[in-house]
Design a protein around this ligand. Sequence first.
Ligand code: HEC
Length: 180
Amino acid sequence: MNVKGIHILTVALLLSCRLVAADAEEGKKLFLARCASCHNVHKKLTGPALAGVDERRPEEWIIRFIQSSQAMIKTGDAAALAIFNEYNQVVMPDHPDLNDEQVRSIIAFVKQEAAAAPKDDAPFDRPGHLTPSLMPLSIYNFPFMVAYVLLIVVIILLLVFLVNIKSIEKKMHESNGPES
Ligand code: HEC
């Protein structure tokens, strides 16, 4: 393969990585808006925890279930009926407006989220892990504080300079006064 070919391949690979990331991003938005009231990736809420759902069910099944779980239950899908009964026959609302691609992006988000943190290890259980992202805004950010103090000093010097200009000007006026 020549150099150009390698370049094209690299760009294509980078683009596809970006696509996967964008996919999960889109899925995250949909999940938070449409599913998070009943579902969490790691914890059971009104509905089951969704981590690993892509392993226990075929993708096709998940898509159909999310679009209309009740339709599946009525046609006698054994797995759908079983989980419906397991969750005390709480009806999960249909999402007929979500197309297959959108459901796939939700699954991508769930997968990513499930891989990111182990089950019993939610972010709020790891305060140490959260601290670094808070650092840039804190007083302990030394370069920021130095820049901040320098800025104040510069402003004070500027003010002093301006005030002095006034008084110098005044003095010049006074000494020139009689002549002009
Ligand atoms: C009003 C609450 C509610 C909302 C909103 C909701 N679900 Fe559910 N979901 C449930 C319940 C309850 C079940 C258990 C099955 C049943 O009762 O029908 C379930 C089951 C599931 C299952 C099957 C899980 C398994 O282990 O087989 C999937 C997948 C699922 N939901 C995905 C979603 C997605 C994705 C969304 C958002 C687009 C969503 N749900 C929105 C309540 C909800």
